[in-house]
Design a protein around this ligand. Sequence first.
Ligand code: NAD
Length: 284
Amino acid sequence: MNEITINLPNVVMPICSEVKMLKGQKALVTGANSGIGKGVVLELAKAGADVVINYRGGEQAALELVEQVKKCGVNVFAFQADVSNENEVKAMFEKTFKEFGTIDILVNNAGLQKDAPIDEMTLEQWNTVINVNLTGQFLCAREAVKEFKRRGVIADISCSAGKIIHISSVHEVIPWAGHVNYAASKGGVMLMMKSIAQEVAPFRIRVNSISPGAIRTPINTSAWETKEAYDDLMKLIPYKRIGEVDDIGRAAAWLASDYADYINGTSIYIDGGMTLYPGFATGG
Ligand code: NAD
């Protein structure tokens, strides 16, 4: 195993993906056949977790990912469910318990946008985004917490009884004109995450968010596919590069592991500094 030495006496940090820091743990990732969800699945599997790949559409992509994950030597299956549908979510967790016995890690990733100016936004656009991005995360978190509380800590597996990672967004704190449904959903995720974390911490359950900035995925193609769009995007990113799904996947694997055991109820912004008010670098 390769090791890197950090600049502290007697501290040697192993390279995370090589120590199988999630070995024996069972993870469910929603909206996992594309973009960030796919990146998270691959990093969890590399770290040794068995994985459920939730998808709604795009069965072929889900099945291809199953084959890719199998190469990591872990157990994996794909399950079709709409995270905003209570019965489908319950069926997905039942199938997870049948196949894997339990669950240790939930990554609440499924999400979408339905953009429109506020005076043109339909109730359907509003409801669809809130139902998937916020209610969907609630429905999955509820089922996971039930199981975490029922099972408790199994010390050989993890020092925590369970971990939930909500995939939120920098738009939980940055207002976003033309996307009020999306920003409202992610703002809701932030306080839902913190409230669940406060409630279940005594059961040794950890609940956190990863809040990405601009990550190169199908959800935001128009923001990076042309040079003009990319250059424009860079005005918002002090670190001057777009994020990749691996940036999120690696952080999710670490956050789900015991390396992050004392992190609870917080949002980790992975955004190249997008939340640093870059306009103030030269103004203000
Ligand atoms: P994506 O479109 O590639 O992935 C979204 C996934 O969610 C897709 O697989 C989609 O099928 C799935 N999904 C949508 N509705 C669903 C439903 N009802 N049930 C189950 N699955 C459903 O986009 P992405 O960028 O990978 O987005 C993943 C998450 O990251 C979202 O929550 C998004 O809000 C968040 N996010 C993305 C960025 C970014 O820059 N890409 C930034 C901040 C936050």
